[in-house]
Design a protein. Sequence first.
Length: 558
Amino acid sequence: MDIFPDWLESIPFPMIITNQQKVIKNYNSLFSRHFDKVVIGKNIKELFHQWETFEKQLILARLENQSYLLQYNYIECDTETLVLYIVSDGTSIQHLQGMINELEHENRELDAIFENSSDGIYITDSDGLTLKINAAVERAIGHPKETFIGKNIKQLLQDGVVDEAMTFKVLEQGKTIHSIPTNHFNTYLKTAVPIYSEDGEIKKVVTYLRDLSELNHLYQELKKALEISEQYKAELEKLKNKTSWNPNVVVESKQMLDIYEMGDRIANYDATVLILGETGVGKDILAQHIYHASQRQLKGEFIKINCGSIPNDLLESELFGFEAGSFTGASRSGKPGLFELADKGVLFLDEVGELPLALQVKLLRALQDKQIQRIGGTKPKSIDVRLIAATNRNLKEMVEKGEFREDLYYRLNVLPISIPPLRERREDILPLVQSILQKVTNTYGISKEFDQNIKNFFYNYNWPGNVRELSNLVERLVITVPSNFITTVDLPEEYQDKVPVAINEMTLKEAAENAEREILSVAVQKFKNTYELAEGLGSSQATIVRKLKKYNLTIIPT
């Protein structure tokens, strides 16, 4: 302890002196309290488990779980150069070192994110000096980073490296600036953002470059996808509407599909509809479909009147109603007309061509003014009614003959729809037959079947009475024919001369099969099993089983 003993003891920190080879030459008592194994002549590094240089003239050392910071300086003596170490608690230093390491790690991550961003990022200081750019800027402008780093934007503009300097606009205006310049290949959205210091001064300007070409491509692809989606949506809507149609609506032909789709399109427009077509084509069914496809079905009723089935002197009171005591025999309380009953809903005037001229005037006024006046009434009443009219007559010809008012004709003919006769849309005939057959079966509990020949007749017959005639005939055959299998032979007499010769001229085999089918269809209702049936018909049981299977017949238990 012959080297500076007094001086060492006067310093209030643990201290130790070594030579340049780190061999201990002396130390003070504060040091020895912390390190009880200190020995003159021993290497100082042997006192610690870990020894590493932290900074210049700073050593971070560890002893067991304790960290120490050793700050050293060189002292020149007569004979040699000594090293003076001042020892302090290194825990806080180690904590700071951990924070520094963490910050360095985060900086590396941020640099990776910065560099790999698909958007170009260009950073300058408040003087326009370029501080940092990423690879996306290189790709966008076509110059390496070295062209920009450390260069002022003004100089880069003069050199033609960049063609726009938003940095100075931001510095002048103190706010974010947007621009969409276009080069020969790409379109970029440029956004320059000011970064402020704590004292409110602009410290940096960050400019972002986003390539809009890919976004435009994605937009076009999305637009195409949406267009396709809309097409599918429209088709699905058509299918949805078709499946939600009235069960009485059976359409397969393109003409009728187009008509009912048009009905869907015009359903929520209150313009007057005029449905034209022969008797029995289904004008009332279409009118109901338009009503059910509209919002009016939620607000009002569907009211129907056949203008040709009511005497003219009563038709006015039916349509417009009457006040109490307005005529002999009138109700004492009066009566609302069909226009009032159809308020918020739909009034369907079937056979509108049968309206007398005097009543046509009143109907026209009701349509124009949206008001009606009861018979015997003194005050008009506002109504909200959508009118659908129908006729099998040629109203245009009636107008020319003076039988129908021209002004009413044009008022009714806003949305004309013409339903073709059944003979002009034969694709609908057999589906209609099947639908009617199913309905009759459900109504009467009778199960019948049509053979191919009568189906051919249905398809080829001209049906002057259209769907109504077809429906009546199918129901008549199902109820009156005793056999479960209906053929052309079962057709009523008035249709027999309409059956094509080719249908009645069957081969001998076909005739025998028909007769066999008829006999078996009656027999299965009389016998209990195939053995009794075979005995009754003078045949074998195996043959009977095969024949029943052929004609799809089964024995009906009694």
